[in-house]
Design a protein around this ligand. Sequence first.
Ligand code: PNS
Length: 162
Amino acid sequence: MRRAIYPGSFDPVTNGHLDIIQRGCKLFDEIIIAVLVNPDKTPFFSVEERCEMLTEVLKELDRGDCTLTVESFAGLLVQYAADRQAHAIVRGIRAISDYEYELQMALMNRRLQPRLETVFMMPAEEYSYVSSRLVKEVFQLGAPIKDLVPALVEQRMREKSS
Ligand code: PNS
């Protein structure tokens, strides 16, 4: 039974995140999508809204035999992963620019919890430039975000802004 944690802000979940989760389903029996509770950031969506949207859009995902769970977490990721008896952390890497930050986190997490592996996965090329931050920015400036996020997320973003 191989269990992974896919941690992140998911503010909001994008099609790039879903692509990574779908790829992760080929490697793991269970993936816990873990939404960080970060009191230092002012998010677009609350943690509850993000978890609810994730749960909803994951219903449509082709997951094979993989069990997908959505949870929120606070505090140290490696502690949360140990509590959940996870074997690995999954992170998506889009471009070289992601690599430096991800490498730092992976090595720090390894130092803190040597038995926990970080698995980097690459999304499909069509999502290689998609980030929650840019999606929010272009949406707030009036540009279309169809095909970058699930339809439900686009709808919730419209509701929030109206
Ligand atoms: O989607 P994000 O914002 O890039 O995700 C970052 C995340 C949640 C993976 C990272 O901030 C994290 O692990 N936070 C939990 C606190 C922690 O363990 N920090 C030390 C990381 S080396």
